[in-house]
Design a protein around this ligand. Sequence first.
Ligand SMILES: Cc1cc2nc3c(=O)[nH]c(=O)nc-3n(C[C@H](O)[C@H](O)[C@H](O)COP(=O)(O)OP(=O)(O)OC[C@H]3O[C@@H](n4cnc5c(N)ncnc54)[C@H](O)[C@@H]3O)c2cc1C
Length: 289
Amino acid sequence: MHSFDFATPASVSDAVAILAKEGSNARLLAGGTDLLIGMRVGRATPGLVVDIKQIPEFQQYTLDDKGLQLGSAVTCRTLYEDAGVVETYPALIESARIIGGMQTQGRASIGGNLCNAAPSGDSIPTLIVLGATAKVIGPGGERDVLVEDVCVAPGRTSLAENELVLSIDIPAPVANSGACFQRFIPRNEMDIAVASVASSVVLSADGSTFESARISLGAVGPTPIFAEEAGNLLAGKPATEASIQEAADAAEAAATPINDMRGTIEQRNHLINVLTKRTLREAVARAKG
Ligand SMILES: Cc1cc2nc3c(=O)[nH]c(=O)nc-3n(C[C@H](O)[C@H](O)[C@H](O)COP(=O)(O)OP(=O)(O)OC[C@H]3O[C@@H](n4cnc5c(N)ncnc54)[C@H](O)[C@@H]3O)c2cc1C
């Protein structure tokens, strides 16, 4: 690995000041489970690594009636060890529990997963269907960015080089709603997704009709995809298998997969159809309580 300087700012404003001064020479480190791998293979060669784990705001989270305000360096393990988060956001926990193994989950953060901007990032489709926003901070102050607008290309975000994600805010689930995340990998070991889908639904009070739905796809495009039309198709439709099939076909049409060592275009399209149906069915079941 190349040699580099290491900074441990104690406050958000210090971190912002360092980024403002160093620009593209600096890279933030949360858990380091993506960054350090990238540096070891020479994919990332920052002159300065800025460790944000010491800054309380990045490690804090609050769960209340407004939702979950998640400091961007909070780890996957912290989330699935919190009974309140497990009960309130089962889809988020499905993502957090699947990111690497237990050792990785003890370091890996949801903010790092998002900012790494991998097409296969397992938390990103879930954050999108939960309507999450990233609170971004930089020299010009704070701004809120919908998670679906964060990833712009493989490994690239819409953040300026002097900006960072302070927190990820997930609204509280509304009545009669449910969400689910599932991915496909070819073996029962650690791997990244061949394809993944997150779905969320809001049903009518009697559970018979979709009021709204959101569907997001992973590993089938240059970024995680918000399949907005596929979800919108369900609004006002009966909560039946026929409606779910229609949405699954639309989700498949929104996918733009490639052939690579993990899967073919044909397989990935098929997987998106299957996973959309499975996640919608489970989201409906959860919405019905
Ligand atoms: C063995 C192993 C298995 C893995 N399996 C999976 C898997 O199954 N699914 C999956 O999705 N991922 C997987 N990963 C990748 C990785 O663990 C996740 O993406 C993790 O969530 C990254 O979080 P982190 O805190 O370690 O990020 P870091 O490595 O610290 O950071 C990742 C990137 O985001 C930037 N960054 C971090 N925080 C911020 C911030 N607040 N603002 C702006 N930029 C920021 C960093 O500069 C870096 O470019 C795996 C990694 C390993 C090593």
